[in-house]
Write a protein that binds this ligand. Sequence first.
Ligand code: G4P
Length: 536
Amino acid sequence: MSDTAVTTEQPSRSPLSDEVARRRTFAIISHPDAGKTTLTEKLLLFGGAINLAGQVKAKGERRNTRSDWMKIERERGISVVTSVMTFEFEGLVFNLLDTPGHEDFSEDTYRTLTAVDSAVMVIDAAKGIEARTRKLFEVCRLRDIPIITFINKMDRESRDTFDLMDEIEKTLALDTTPMTWPVGRGRDFIGTYDIRDGGVRLLEGGGAKTGAAQQIEISELGKINANLDMSQITDELELVREACKPFDLEAFREGHLTPVYFGSALRNFGVGDLLEGLGRYAPSPRAQDSNLRKVDAAEPRMSAFVFKIQANMDPNHRDRIAFARLCSGKLSRGMKAKLVRTGKTMPLSSPQFFFAQDRSVADEAFAGDVVGIPNHGSLRIGDTLTEGEDLTFVGVPSFAPEIVRRVRLTDAMKAKKLKEALQQMSEEGVVQVFRPRDGAPALVGVVGPLQLDVLKARLDAEYSLPVEFEVSEFSLARWISSDDKKKLEAFVASNNSGVADDVDGDPVFLAKNEFYLGYTKERAEGIVFSNVKDVK
Ligand code: G4P
């Protein structure tokens, strides 16, 4: 894999662009149970980031020692926390951004996908494209994120391989190029054929390691497993060579084509091929859009945006960590950065890197890296940090909630404390908070009900605020805006009881139902109703 960064990137010009060129920042998208955790673990093993298989899963038990609200994760066997895992392999730095598996936390996942340059789509070979894979794929497509496909669980009974490719092409409108091809199926799966060099990598006998596949004549394969239908294998490979599109790097980088690898994460097979593919083809940190201009990763001045806030990651560090993706330049420990939203300068005295389970202080980080910045509430989702320039990165979205509830405090004396706590929670992205302009109690909006459970548990544990949620008269929220300020003011004035402020003070229209929303929209000339809000 020594030619990776060099063959696919621009010739490098400086130590900074060299560092940028060797970074691959990616996420894994999949439907629950397709094998994301297992694959993550195996990728980390390749990178030497963990020594023992099973450690990623073992995290589940370790959570026993973590703070209270994580009980929810434990009790329900889900992962709420999005974390970052960095590992090096063959001279490249891989930043794997993990995403919560449960769809109730999909907003978190969407925001994490704004911080990656590519994604690995894991598909269960027996199931094909499932609902959540498809949804996450659509989010990647919105941002033209290149996708590498890993068809997992080839060691078990699987669907017809051509069918699977066809399904990707048809349901996702994405061209496919198989980079490897399975030899045998299910119990008789013996390995993969490398389409590029024609070698066969065997499941047994060291084939799981990265490196050259064994050069075995196809005709010899029958000796390895007598059940193999050799004429079918020969026909299939011929068809693959003739009918499948050759790999096209540009089409892949533009998000129109996906290279497909086959393997078994559980058996640690095909993972090396995938990692090699990521290194060789996935883009190094891409230029990022800001409100002023595109910011190139190799620009010398540091810039970054916050896509995730995590509180209580570790009981030993009672802090709040903002995860920031570096968009350009180099971050050095101790440097000062401008928080563009407030105009204030903040010292980055202890930025942190994350490994499989541990974190360590980062002395330096480069564009593409993700650092954790401990803070006490100064940073919120969507914030931009720069070395002085007043630009703001765009594209970290908020989504209109699917569920709206009113928060009922059991102790009315604590209203002020609740207000502060809700502000914090919404800045962290736990829930969205809407404050009705008519002074009625705050409403919270979520995508999935588990978010409400997390909010309740955290308000109780961290703020001693026992709350209940009540069904409110509103069920829908839309951000409202207009090119004509007067029109917006007039709309707000005439709909005062249905307008609330979000965390940034932006107006939101609350509607009882779709019918009422449609009715209002029709009569609100010049007002735009939006179910997504981009951070400005
Ligand atoms: P997820 O994070 O995408 O939800 O999936 P995860 O890795 O947890 O895998 C889901 C189940 O599928 C696990 O089994 C895992 O062992 C199994 N699995 C993952 N990759 C492969 C593979 O390549 N081949 C086969 N045969 N199985 C695979 P489980 O019984 O639910 O959990 P566990 O008790 O084994 O941990």
